[in-house]
Design a binder for this molecule. Structure first.
Ligand code: VG1
Ligand code: CO
Length: 537
């Protein structure tokens, strides 16, 4: 029996960089999650009898929303729902499952690197049939529907057991509880030389940050690759991530950083985020910035079986450093520059124009799925270490000696009042045309624009994707506002300077004049009242 529940729209359900993210208490309002899920289903065609994947990162509210989503899916005509046991699926594993089982799409319940718990964040993201985040035309349709929705559909019945593998029936729909790890681990075995990694005798530390990658990393790293028990730290997913931000950067994964810089550091250190799509890479005594990691992985990918035939192209988000472009140039393959967010890579991957993609925010991935993939990056690094017998530090130095070094940092100003952040961006945008030729200290602005992306596969255009200030000589600063936060605004300032030969300098010192220029050109202190960023990555 299908029941129709009357509802009224919420006006704040516009998906951001990566789905709808709000405080848990916002999601707990009557009909809030239900409205959004029904709006997703109202915005998509061909649901009758189709397969849908549902899973999340295990954060607070995960199980409750999964139960609700299953009943709404049954009432909307889906034939089968695949759910990871315990309601768990990492974002890349969900992407793989959608592709492997030819699903129409999937609901990924996560707020990624944002903290979890009753007072923290929750999120819902819809992925389409290629396994990737819904493109803008789909998220726009979902948003439009949230503004007019007047009912949602459900079926009678209580909650189902999410913890036992097998099939149950909800309404006329089959729900299949699947092992969240098995298919993903099998995919990794097809891409990487597990025997060579095992034989290399490397030591490592992996921090799962009490988030989704614990079960995946334990199975792959400890069980299949033979790393010592205890290699995976914080390996049990917790609803509140143990009270931490599951964000793999030097601030929130500080304990791992300390280990890797200490006297007893293993060969390799890594961490992933709430939903398992990000990666932090630290060799013994050597932190690798995500932009550099993308370039180094692309340059060495042919050493892994899955990429033996080479790459078709490399894509990076606009604020990501241009280090990967230099690799593409040397390989004689195209380099693409997209807006922030993985949804923009999907078309390039589907069209076979790019093989490896990455973002400065610790996201790297390839055409094996349509999401960024934290453990994939870890395994590719391990495969490269095993194949070359070199340390992370040696690989980094060799890379810079060949390509030069893009010194890079991102400064985040968090919890800025939205009006002040908007005013800063509006002020900057209003002055773009006048900036070229302006000298700031020793730097001279060459060009200044607001990045617009023209998708080469479907001709769609995405405007206002971040302000770029390019200085003579190749340094640059980029300004944009975060689209994943749940309170106030976060201003992101991306700083980059290229050096062909000076590859052994201190990043902070190399970027100091660009930091000063960024403040002068955008009036960061004047607009935000902040004199220092909250997070430097
Ligand atoms: C941030 C990152 C972006 C990433 C997005 C989702 O977005 O900058 O590169 O794709 O998070 O990552 P924003 O709009 O806050 O800058 V995740 O791991 O949250 O799915
Ligand atoms: Co994530």
């Amino acid at each position: 029996m299908i029941r129709t529940i009357e509802s009224t729209p919420y006006t704040d359900q516009k998906p951001g960089t990566s789905g709808l993210r709000k405080k848990v208490r916002v999601f707990q309002q009557p009909n809030y999650a239900e409205n959004f899920i029904q709006s997703v289903f109202d915005a998509i065609a061909d649901k009758d009898g189709a397969t849908l994947v549902i899973g999340g990162d295990g954060r607070f509210l995960n199980r409750e929303v999964i139960q609700v989503a299953i009943r709404i899916a049954a009432a909307n005509g889906f034939g089968r729902v695949l759910v990871g046991r315990g309601g768990l699926l990492s974002t890349p594993a969900a992407s793989h499952l959608i592709r492997k089982r030819s699903a129409l799409g999937g609901l990924v319940l996560s707020a990624s690197h944002n903290p979890g718990g009753p007072d923290e964040d929750f999120g819902i993201k819809y992925n389409v049939a290629n396994g990737g985040p819904a493109p803008e035309k789909v998220t726009d349709a979902i948003h439009a529907r949230t503004l007019t929705i007047d009912r949602w559909l459900t079926v009678e019945g209580g909650d189902i057991d999410l913890d036992t593998l097998g099939e149950v029936t909800v309404g006329d729909m089959t729900v299949e509880i699947v092992d969240p790890v098995a298919d993903y681990a099998a995919l990794m075995e097809t891409l990487f030389d597990f025997a060579a990694i095992r034989a290399a005798g490397l030591t490592m530390a992996f921090d799962a940050m009490s988030a989704i990658t614990g079960p995946y990393a334990t199975e792959i790293l400890e069980n299949r690759l033979g790393f010592a028990p205890g290699t995976v730290r914080n390996g049990t997913p917790l609803p509140d991530f143990g009270g931490h931000h599951p964000d793999p950067n030097l601030v929130h994964a500080h304990a791992l950083y300390e280990t890797m810089m200490g006297p007893d550091a293993p060969d390799f250190g890594a961490a992933s985020d709430g939903d398992g799509d990000r990666n932090l890479i630290i060799g013994r005594g050597r932190f690798v910035t995500p932009s550099d990691s993308l370039a180094m992985l692309a340059a060495n990918a042919h050493l892994a079986p899955g990429y033996r035939d080479g790459l078709k192209g490399i894509a990076r988000s606009m604020p990501t450093s241009a280090a990967a472009d230099r690799v593409a140039a040397k390989l004689g393959i195209p380099a693409f520059e997209t807006p922030t967010g993985w949804k923009f890579f999907g078309n390039l991957l589907d069209a076979g124009m790019a093989t490896i993609c990455g973002e400065e925010s610790a996201g790297t991935g390839s055409d094996h799925v349509r999401e960024k993939d934290g453990l994939w990056a870890v395994l590719l690094w391990l495969n490269i270490l095993a194949a070359t017998g070199k340390s992370v530090d040696a690989i980094a130095r060799d890379h810079w000696a060949t390509y030069g070094r893009n010194y890079y940092a991102r400064h985040d100003y968090e919890g800025v009042e939205s009006e002040r952040a908007d005013a800063l961006m509006a002020d900057l945008r209003g002055r773009l045309a006048m900036l070229p030729g302006t000298a700031i200290g020793d730097l001279t602005i060459e060009t200044a624009d607001d990045f617009a992306y023209h998708d080469p596969t479907d001709g769609s255009v995405s405007r206002n994707q971040g302000v770029r200030i390019l200085f003579a000589g190749g340094s640059r600063v980029v300004f944009r506002l975060s689209g994943t936060g749940t309170s106030g605004a976060t201003l992101r300032v991306y700083l980059e300077r290229y050096e062909a030969a000076r590859i052994d300098e201190d990043t902070g010192a190399m970027l100091a004049d660009i930091v000063a220029a960024a403040d002068e050109v955008a009036g960061i202190v004047r607009h935000t009242g902040r004199t220092e960023p909250d997070v430097v990555t």
